[in-house]
Design a protein around this ligand. Sequence first.
Ligand code: NAP
Length: 351
Amino acid sequence: MKFPIPVAVLGATGSVGQRFVSLLDGHPWFKLVALTGSDRTAGKPFKEGCTWVLNQSMPYQASEILLTTSDSENLNGAAICFSALPADEAKIIEPKMAKAGLVVCSNASAFRTDPDVPLLLPEINPEHIGLVKTQRQIRGWSGAILTNPNCTSTGMTVSLKALNDAIGVKRVFAVSLQALSGAGYPGVSSMDIIDNVIPYIGGEENKVETEPNKMLGKFLDGKILESDIKISAHTNRVAVVDGHTVVLSVDLNSEIPDKDVIEIFANYRAPELAAHLPSSPWPVMVYRNEVNRPQPKLDRDTGKGMTTVIGRVRKDPIFSIKYVTLSHNTIRGAAGGSIYNAELFVDQGLL
Ligand code: NAP
């Protein structure tokens, strides 16, 4: 494969799409060649179709690209497409791309739970990329669909992987405090969220209760054998711009001192398959010793937004331990995660 590899972003004008455009600017392996939007924006230059909301300025090269509809022949020779499409659109568009030979790295929930579709966090389960062979056999396409998890599952699953490998996890009780960018753009109206917490995010609790078990599963004989950790989740929208906090109580297979739990998090390393990739988080997890951290405003950009930040490990009177995780939802939980998946795919010679 010749570098740089041409790539497209589907649904480029939204909350996740903008992150893709920003993170792909100057990427060592990928070159952005196409951007898509809905009928509302297709035909306009990106700088006109997109209401840019990120702190850094819109990359010049992307700003001049004409938005097209999401048809494979419009993608200007892209070999990989990063999908930031809503799930209903993804359900129709992503398989068409894979049939046309493109590799789709998707943020949408449409295919995450399909048994032949990898649900990846390469710092914990890079071997699941092997599922692509099964997928190509079953679906008969030369492309592929890879997915990353729901942005709330991301940080908590990274932490659970370290605990599960070291001691074994039985049960988890999780409460999320989720940022506004997770609801897309323009998302929740200001009148609804200022001075408020919304204790409901459609479909979210089910995702948080199921996706971690797929990711923590074993890849054996071309299939994933899911783990069977019992997870109960409450998901809430809060008035934070970026960064999902999840507070967790976790029941372990055996009791260990808090300081050992902290060491397990701090010493966790990504498997060799994924540790050297350009987007690999370094470190995978950071433990904050201050009693009032992590905080989204202060900690979400740790490790360029790819690191999971953890704090407040302590005994739980009902479960074994409790702690707090923070993960940047549009970087580690979405665009940065998808780009990391694409790097793994390319590095494994699957393109
Ligand atoms: P969003 O801000 O609402 O953006 C949706 C994008 O999809 C817009 O660019 C929109 O384009 C485009 N679109 C809609 N219909 C389309 C069509 N038929 N063809 C092409 N583009 C179309 O949503 P988001 O937050 O970025 O989320 C995108 C996806 O990522 C969703 O599936 C979401 O569940 C998932 N996700 C989001 C996050 C997060 O933190 N936000 C994290 C993980 C996963 P126009 O502007 O042109 O209408």
